[in-house]
Design a protein around this ligand. Sequence first.
Ligand code: GRF
Length: 203
Amino acid sequence: IRVAILISGRGSNMQALAETVATEGLPVDICAVLSNRADAAGLDWARARGLPAEVLAHRDFDSREAFDAALRTRLDALAPDYILLAGFMRVLGADFVRHFDGRIVNIHPSLLPAFPGLHTHEQALAQGVQWHGCTVHFVTPVLDHGPIIAQAAIPVCADDTPESLAARLLPVEHRVYAQTLRWLAQGRVRLGTDGRVSVEGAS
Ligand code: GRF
């Protein structure tokens, strides 16, 4: 399968995906690592690895619609089977999402549907939940609400801070996203007409 990975910053999830492809020899062609920010640290890592790193700076466009249109044109040319959002911090418009319906996947640092949006670790601590986690899901026009592909949970400790929670969750995110990519590469992920995801061969 062909995948484009969209980042905005550090890109550690992108790195975990790329490492998984390389070390396991997955049949995955990473056709682009695309950032909306030229200063994203993940771009340097991708370039050093010989991955095709590209910048499409949202600041170069007058409106969200114009940026979405340019991103859509670029991705149409790349023709990925899946667009994997990995710390991509731009909200994609409904037209963009519908155009790539069922092909955009995101990782979100909470157990959705709890805590959509930003500052998920602060939200979790403020609510006093005992379990936190991450969710890999298909992207729909409603932010952080799409069909769930995979989740993993971590316990919240009494002395946790947003930073400690984020640090403990990050390697879990990497594992869950890597697992999702394996399933996608194996063609095992089905998005049903009922908006639910099933993974063939998974219990
Ligand atoms: C991750 O926690 C991801 O879930 C969230 O932003 C962070 C990105 O980290 N959306 P990285 O750029 O993948 O290192």
